[in-house]
Design a binder for this molecule. Structure first.
Ligand code: C2E
Ligand code: MG
Ligand code: MG
Length: 721
């Protein structure tokens, strides 16, 4: 029995010793372990912790015991960890989590906690927990995460930027496949990103030459092989996926990796349609007429010079038309510029419709147009077109409720017959056009060698004068002459006016010379004579004071064999007394061919017709002829009168005026001072006892009606005071 008890005790002692050795081994092991270890009972209270655990948690052994082990868990993690822990131990489940300790010195440590039950058969002896310091891993993870965030952010930023910029961006890899395109590139190419990526660049970014539509070698490849930025050729067109075209401007650059090696290309491009359209618009404006949109003079000159070059090479002919609208000014003046402008547009349309598309219709400015028929077989072809144009203008233009009729005067010149360069062809068409005007407008004329430019201008006037005679476009104005002593009206000078329907009022200085040159002065003078006589008689018949009316007679009229006959006729026709008609002649008229002049003068004298010397002082002023020709009146030229000054000393002009006055008085002639414009001049003339005066200061030339009223009223007393 004893031996049994002793054996049992021994056995117990051996067991205890073994246990102690095992525990010592465990402690040693756990103390050298870098893993934190703590044991808890099955309620979760700590019964043991190793050195590593104490180091990791920053707690002493005592502090770890009981429920204290968790006091160092980071407050942000504690709640979660304890909940998980309780759940695990109650459910007998393995437990592991990641959590932080917050040590008393404020430092943080990330750990991984693993827990397992110490089970002996079905009995639980508590739990063993290991705690691993994972701070380094966590740090690495967070660095990585930050880097990823940063990368993501950078990528995102790049993406947003690329999608929001106005330029299209497209990238390709070394093999020439699309790797990326931004939203604008999607829009411009018509390829969605998802579909485009991976496709050959030439398929997604298809470009052709804008001028000939030939495919352009894709410069992205060039950027890659040459490793430099390449600009796309000007005038490139992008062919969209749907076949539409778009003008683009762009550049290509290689893309490098971190090591500087080329990995692909980036293409940046934008829609250049607007700027290209703007450039084209500017070019168009410089060469076209703003109002009608037709080519202007600049473009015409260019086309004409090209056409002449071609015609020369192919031995062909071409025709140039100069067109001028007849009486356009009349419409413009009476209906206003706005209607005038619309009419010009309508005219432009009609011209364009009347010729072939290959012909050029251009507006030269104003109401002048030019048409270039680039190729004709014979001049007759041009004649057909001219007839067609005139025919087309037979129909009215409907503008804002008006039916406007307008006709054309066309001048035609033909290359090479009428000129072999731009200037000659243009000039001669212009000359021919003047002739068309002369021939009564609404017709066309081919250039002839006997026409020339200055003659052309003259001929227009001449044509106009002829028409003016038949259409009654001449009028007479009457400028009164006054007696300086009494202020009474002593006569009137008839002054011709031409009211041209196209050019308005034309002063005699602008057409009398032409009328003299072409002989039209004779019928015109005849008309003046008859009209002045008729008018004077009409005033008389109306019971107004009788005064002589003076008419101006040119040399050619005066020397015309039927001059006196014409005078007789006018007097007879009107019933005007011959002494109520006065003839104004210049000195030069009398000086030439004095014998026949003398005869005509005598004829006038016997008829009691008055004669005056006009513009006296500017011609020969020879006293001898003044004695020979019995003239009634000397009209001192206005150039002397205008130079009269009111200085106390006599100037040359003052002297001449007073000398002429003296002369007239001695010869017993009336002296009329012309062109009196100021009070001083009038005063001076009075002091010199000049008989009469005429001038703007006293009265402007008046219409027949106004002159009649003046005759009735008498001169304003104030002027002669
Ligand atoms: P003229 O016979 O010496 O006529 C006078 C011109 O002087 C007129 O010009 C008249 O308007 C202008 N005059 C009158 N008072 C003044 C003034 O105070 N100051 C200025 N600066 N000028 C004044 P108009 O009507 O232009 O005629 C110019 C010339 O044309 C006339 O000079 C005459 O030589 C010629 N003429 C006019 N009518 C006829 C006509 O029926 N037949 C012919 N053959 N010649 C005419
Ligand atoms: Mg006169
Ligand atoms: Mg005069």
């Amino acid at each position: 029995m004893l031996q049994g008890v002793q054996g049992e005790l021994l056995a117990q002692q051996v067991g205890i010793a073994a246990l102690q050795a095992s525990e010592a081994r465990f402690r040693t092991m756990s103390d050298v372990s870098p893993l934190g270890v703590f044991l808890s009972d099955h309620d979760g209270a700590c019964i043991y912790s190793n050195a590593a655990y104490q180091k990791i948690s920053g707690l002493s052994l005592e502090e770890t015991l009981g429920t204290n082990w968790s006091s160092a868990i980071h407050p942000e993690d504690r709640q979660r960890v304890l909940e998980e822990w309780h759940q695990a131990i109650h459910g007998n489940m393995p437990f592991n989590t990641e959590m932080r300790f917050l040590r008393s010195d404020g430092s943080e440590v990330w750990t991984r906690l693993n827990s397992a039950a110490m089970v002996d058969g079905s009995t639980s002896h508590g739990y063993v927990q290991t705690v691993e310091d994972i701070s380094d891993r966590k740090l690495a993870e967070s660095v990585l995460m930050n880097a990823e965030d940063a990368l993501f952010e950078a990528k995102e930023r790049a993406q947003v930027t690329l999608d929001s910029i106005g330029d299209a961006v497209l990238t390709s890899d070394l093999q020439g496949n699309v790797t990326y395109l931004n939203r604008e590139a999607e829009r411009m190419t018509g390829w969605p990103r998802a579909e485009a990526i991976g496709r050959p660049l030439v398929e997604v970014f298809k470009i052709v030459d804008g001028t000939n539509h030939e495919p352009v070698i894709n410069p992205a490849q060039q950027a890659i092989t040459e490793n430099r930025t390449i600009d796309l050729a000007m005038n490139s067109l992008l062919i969209r996926r749907d076949g539409g075209e778009c003008a683009i401007e762009d550049s290509m650059a290689p893309i490098h990796n971190r090591h500087g090696a080329v990995t692909g290309a980036v293409i940046v491009f934008h829609d250049a349609s607007a700027s290209r359209a703007m450039t084209q618009q500017m070019a168009h404006l410089a060469q076209h007429d703003f109002l009608t949109g037709l080519p202007n003079r600049v473009l015409l000159t260019e086309r004409l010079s090209q056409a002449i070059g071609l015609a020369r090479r192919h031995r062909k002919q071409l025709a140039l038309f100069f067109l001028d609208l007849d009486y356009f000014k009349h419409i413009n003046d009476s209906l206003g510029h706005q209607i005038g402008d619309q009419l010009l547009r309508s005219v432009a349309d009609r011209l364009v419709d009347s010729v072939r598309a290959t012909d050029t219709v251009c507006r030269q400015g104003g109401d002048e147009f030019v048409i270039l028929l680039a190729e004709i077989e014979q001049p007759q072809d041009a004649a057909h077109i001219a007839q067609k144009l005139i025919g087309a203008f037979a129909l009215p233009h409907k503008i804002e409720g008006h039916e406007l009729h307008i006709t054309l005067s066309i001048g035609v010149s033909v290359y090479p017959d009428d000129g072999d360069d731009v200037d000659a062809v243009m000039k001669n068409a212009d000359v021919a056009m003047y002739h068309a005007k002369m021939y009564g407008r609404n017709n066309y004329q081919f250039f002839r060698a006997d026409m020339n430019a200055s003659a052309g201008q003259r001929l227009v006037v001449e044509g106009g004068l002829k028409r003016a005679l038949t259409q009654g476009e001449f009028h007479l104005f009457y400028q009164p002459q006054f007696n300086l002593a009494s202020g009474a009206i002593t006569g009137a000078e008839a002054l011709i006016r031409w009211e041209d329907p196209e050019h308005g009022a034309i002063a005699p200085d602008q057409f009398i010379t032409v009328a003299e040159e072409c002989g039209l002065i004779v019928p015109i003078g005849r008309w003046v004579l008859r009209e002045a006589c008729r008018q004077n008689r009409a005033w008389q018949d109306a019971g107004l004071a009788t005064v002589p009316v003076a008419i101006n007679v040119s040399a050619l009229e005066f020397r015309h064999p039927e001059f006196l006959e014409g005078v007789d006729q006018a007097l007879a026709e009107s019933g005007l007394a011959s002494d109520l008609l006065q003839i104004e002649l210049t000195e030069s008229v009398l000086m030439h061919d004095t014998e026949s002049s003398l005869a005509v003068l005598e004829g006038l004298k016997t008829r009691k017709i008055l004669v005056s010397i006009d513009d006296f002082g500017t011609g020969y002023s020879s006293l001898s002829y003044l004695k020979r020709f019995a003239v009634d009146t000397l009209k001192i030229d206005k150039s002397f009168v205008s130079d009269i000054t009111d200085v106390p000393v006599m100037t040359d002009d003052n002297t001449i005026v007073s000398a002429v006055i003296c002369l007239g008085k001695n010869l017993r002639q009336r002296v009329v001072a012309e062109g009196v414009e100021t009070d001083e001049q009038l005063a001076f003339l009075k002091t010199q006892s000049c008989d009469e005066a005429q001038g703007f200061h006293l009265s402007y030339p008046l219409t027949a009606d106004s002159f009649a009223s003046l005759l009735e009223r008498g001169a304003p007393a104030s002027t002669f005071g």
